[in-house]
Design a protein around this ligand. Structure first.
Ligand SMILES: Nc1ncnc2c1ncn2[C@@H]1O[C@H](COP(=O)(O)OP(=O)(O)OP(=O)(O)O)[C@@H](O)[C@H]1O
Ligand SMILES: [Mg+2]
Length: 248
């Protein structure tokens, strides 16, 4: 269980999150929607302990992580893997080296074991043939796949966090990434690997999530399922969901 209790955070006296409370089970598939600068990435960073709230608490699996020292956060972080907004591959490393990075860092596998693990992951994501390429030789969609492979290497997350995983991709590539994200959320509750996808593309959110949280000016303006989302009357939220209404 992940729980935000009255979490507030300001940067330079500008409120980014204002008294946010919500909880989610690890097996849930949640989309966090909202415009630019509304605090979406900040929520993921708080969940991992990469940022700390000014007030309120964040409870992960019964443990208040806001009280932990940096060195104690590792175990809690291992419950998640994250695909960062920037995608951030290491430009000077091949696909193989990018994916092997955290295996080298966090596991005691031999080089042979690392090679077979890297291949297995790349095969699973449908990009094994790219193993010797450099990031600049990859299309945007392949870069996202490598970024996902890298985030999954070296841990068996209970929940995968995707920050804008489909932003900037053409609709077909975005669709294939959505399918992949959905496939990686395998198993049945309560053992299923859950996901949180942060996005401003509601149509992509609808492909992978069952629960939708809409953030506006650092507060939760909506939290509900697809049925409720489609019926929401909030004018700003309707602008986000317009494309879904057009598809009705
Ligand atoms: N480390 C930081 N220092 C100062 N301000 C920050 C920091 N991180 C975030 N902010 C500010 O907090 C606000 C929310 O940022 P956040 O990255 O969470 O937004 P977002 O909803 O993810 O936006 P986007 O859709 O553009 O990615 C923004 O105004 C941003 O400038
Ligand atoms: Mg962001």
């Amino acid at each position: 269980m992940i729980e935000f209790r009255n979490v507030s955070l300001a940067y330079n006296s500008k409120a980014v999150l204002d008294n946010v409370s919500f909880s989610a089970r690890f097996y849930e598939r949640v989309a966090v929607l909202g415009g630019s600068g509304q605090g979406k990435t900040t929520i993921l960073r708080l969940m991992l302990g990469l940022a700390r709230p000014d007030s309120g608490s964040i409870i992960i699996d019964g443990q208040d992580i806001t009280e932990l020292e940096e060195s104690q956060l590792r175990e809690s972080r291992m419950k998640f893997s994250i695909v960062f907004q920037e995608g951030a591959l290491f430009d000077s490393m091949s696909v193989r080296e990018n994916v092997a990075f955290s295996l080298r860092e966090y596991s005691r596998l031999t080089e042979k074991e690392i090679e077979s693990k890297v291949r297995e992951l790349l095969r699973r994501l449908g990009i094994e043939e790219a193993i010797d390429l450099m990031p600049e030789e990859l299309s945007g969609g392949m870069q996202r796949r490598v970024a996902i492979a890298r985030s999954l290497a070296g841990c068996s997350p209970r929940m995968v966090l995707y920050d804008e995983a489909t932003t900037g991709l053409d609709p077909l590539t975005a669709e294939s990434i959505c399918r992949l994200i959905r496939e990686l959320s395998e198993g049945e509750p309560p053992d299923r690997t859950g996901l949180i996808i942060v996005t401003h593309k509601v149509s992509d959110a609808a492909k992978v999530a069952e629960r939708f949280i809409y953030l506006r000016r650092g507060a939760i303006a909506f939290d509900g399922d697809m049925q409720h989302l489609m019926r929401a009357e909030d004018r700003e939220l309707r602008i986000f969901t317009e494309e879904l209404h057009r598809m009705e």
